[in-house]
Design a protein around this ligand. Sequence first.
Ligand code: SAH
Length: 248
Amino acid sequence: MTFAATVLTLYPEMFPGPLGHSLAGRALADGTWSLDCVQIRDFATDKHRSVDDTPAGGGAGMVLRADVLAAAVDHVADGRPILAMTPRGAPLTQARVRALAQGSGVIVLCGRFEGFDERLFEARPAIEQVSVGDIVLSGGEPAALMLLDACIRLLPGVMGAPLSGAEESFEDDLLEYPHYTRPNLWEGRAIPEVLRSGDHAKIAAWRKRMAEDHTRLRRPDLWERHKGARGEPASGARQKKDQAHEPD
Ligand code: SAH
C-alpha cells in the first residue's frame, strides 16, 4: 500500500526537497509513498488571487484567509488525517508519527506569515493542529518535511534493519543509549569496554542503564512518563505514597 502524502502550500517547489534523497527519495521512487503538492493560491477567488489579509484588530503581518484554506482542504479531503502545522498545535510525538505511518497517508497544511484565520479550525474540526517544537519557523513547509520524514522512515521496507526502530529514542519514553564505532581508540578515548566484551546480556544491561541515566538527566519530563507507564509513582507522588505507607 502506498502512503499518500498531500501537502497544501504556497511554495510547492520546496517539495520533495530533502525527501527526494536518501531513504525517503528511494522510497518515493519505488512507490512506497507518493507526494501530491497543492498550491493554496489556486483556491483564491478574487482577481488578485489573494490568500491573505491584514489581521483583524491590527498588528504586524498577514493572516491566511479561512475561505481560501477551507476550499483547498475540502478539495483534497478524503478521510486521511489532516494536520495543520502551527506552533499553537499539540506537540508532535513519535507515538502520533507511528500511528500516522500505519495509516493510508496524511494531508498536511502549511502556514505562512502570521498563520491561519482561527475560524478554519472551528469550521473544519477534523483538522488537527500540530507543532514540531517550541520554536517559530517562517513557514509550515520545514515542519511538514519533518513530519513526513518521520513517517516515511517507518514505512515497511524503508529502513534497512526492521528492528532498528524498536529500540530508538522515545519508544517506551526513553532516549536511546549512546553509540560507538571504530576506531577503538580515538584522541585517547576508548570505546566502553563492555561493548567489546561480546557478553550480550551485559551489553543489554549497560545500554538499558545508559538509556535510563541519560533520560533522567536530560529529559525529566520523559523520565516521569516512562516511570508512570511502568506503574512506578512519579517523584512527587512517591513521597506522599511512601509517607502514606509508613508503619504506625
Ligand atoms: N504568528 C504565529 C507564528 C507564525 S509562523 C505564532 O506566533 O504562533 C508561520 C507559519 O510557520 C505557521 O503558520 C506554521 O505553519 C509554521 N510554523 C512555525 N513554527 C512552527 C512550529 N513550531 N511547528 C509547526 N509549524 C510551525
